[in-house]
Structures are given as structure tokens and as C-alpha cells.
Design a binder for this molecule. Structure first.
Ligand code: CDP
Length: 205
């Protein structure tokens, strides 16, 4: 069976957690495409050329322990605005998406550019304050290195860069189901996503 689930949305909306949970429940593969851009950003920070880095990514680059930092997030969103970097990563993502057994991919342009034919498309979002608070709590809340207001500024700046870029801007595909998690706990959000997949899988009469 080839079955692709495309999940897009802004930072800290919950898409990674939802994507991982769907992959586990359905027993299919999962690719966090943000890691590709994070790994390119990390190589560029070390002096590499962005396109050369995107063309030569290895498993070891994707397993780097420093890819989740705020610095890596910002480096990722900068290289992600370069069309040649995005183009270099397309084939890898499409091959992964159509692998035997099915796959879940999460990112910013999966339903719109990478897999416009995905069987299920979800756009997971939440308001910026809620997403910033989640990131701040993950980073330690009161003990986080940055105050909530700074995290909110960074979330807004990254949203603006991701939505405003000319190539593959962040936006829902026309046929995506919008899942707003502002008021949802993560279990409810996962249950809704699973429901959307089951609705799509159930044969219509
Ligand atoms: O987990 P979080 O949403 O904070 O970030 P991520 O999904 O790892 O993505 C990091 C950055 O990579 C984003 O801000 C985007 O600029 C870029 N990205 C992209 O352009 N296209 C994708 N398919 C995935 C990520």
C-alpha cells in the first residue's frame, strides 16, 4: 500500500507529536522534514555552502544532537527561504512519501508542494501566544534561558519568514483539514487527526 499523510503548520502547533503518533498507530514510516532544513542550517553555520550542504546531507547530519536549539530553528528558516536548497531536498522527500507501506511527513509545504496528491492532508495550527508558551514551557518555563516575551517574538518572526517567502510559503493546501490545537490537549488533537485518516480510508458507498 502507498499512502501518504501530509501534515503542515507553524512552529509548536503540535504537528510533530501528531505525526509521530499517527505513524506509530498506523505502523507506517515518519519523516520530520524540518530536520532536513535544520541540518542544512547547521552545516551552513559551520561555513558550508547551503546548496552543497543540501545536496550531500547524510544520516549523521540528521542525527546531530544540536538540531533542536533555537539557533538551529532560525538557521533552518533562513536556508529554507533559498529556492535552490528546497529544490535539492524535493526528491528525497518524495521518495520517502511514496515508500511501500505508507508514510507520514510533517513540515511547511508537504500538502502544497512536496505531496500535492497525498491521501490525507492536515494543517495543524494554534495561536502564536499558545505556541510560544508551549515552546517556553518545553525550554524550562521560569527556568528557560529566555523570557516568554522573547520566545513569542521569535515565533512571530519565524511565522512571518515562513509565510512570507516567495518559494513554498507556509499555507494550508486547499483540500487540507484545519486542526486548530489552541484549545485542545494533545490526546484530543491526536484523536481528531486519527479520525480524519480513518474517514479517508473508509471506502465510500
Ligand atoms: O518544530 P518546528 O516547527 O519549530 O520547526 P521545524 O518543523 O523543524 O522547521 C524548522 C524550519 O525549517 C521552519 O521554520 C521552516 O522555515 C523550515 N521548514 C520548511 O521550510 N519546510 C519544511 N517542510 C520543514 C521545515
Amino acid at each position: 500500500m502507498r499512502f501518504t499523510i501530509a501534515i503542515d503548520g507553524p512552529a509548536a502547533a503540535g504537528k510533530g507529536t501528531i505525526a509521530r503518533a499517527l505513524a506509530r498507530r498506523l505502523g507506517i514510516a515518519y519523516l520530520d522534514t524540518g530536520l532536513l532544513y535544520r541540518a542544512v542550517g547547521a552545516r551552513v553555520a559551520e561555513g558550508a555552502d547551503p546548496v552543497a550542504a543540501a545536496q550531500s546531507l547524510t544520516e549523521a547530519d540528521l542525527a546531530r544532537p544540536d538540531l533542536r536549539s533555537l539557533t538551529a530553528s532560525e538557521a533552518a528558516s533562513r536556508v529554507a527561504a533559498l529556492p535552490a536548497v528546497r529544490a535539492a531536498l524535493v526528491d528525497f522527500q518524495r521518495r520517502f512519501a511514496r515508500r511501500q507501506g505508507g508514510a507520514v511527513l510533517d513540515g511547511r509545504d508537504i500538502g502544497t508542494v512536496i505531496c500535492p496528491d497525498a491521501e490525507v492532508k492536515l494543517f495543524v495550527t494554534a495561536d502564536a501566544e499558545t505556541r510560544a508558551r508551549r515552546r517556553w514551557l518545553e525550554a524550562g518555563g521560569e527556568y528557560a534561558p529566555e523570557p516568554l516575551a522573547t520566545v513569542l517574538d521569535r515565533v512571530r518572526a519565524r511565522d512571518a519568514r515562513d509565510m512570507g517567502r516567495a518559494d513554498a510559503p507556509l499555507r494550508p493546501a486547499e483540500d487540507a483539514l484545519i486542526l486548530d490545537t489552541t484549545e485542545l490537549d494533545i490526546d484530543t488533537a491526536i484523536a481528531r487527526a486519527l479520525q480524519a485518516v480513518n474517514d479517508r480510508l473508509r471506502p465510500r458507498d
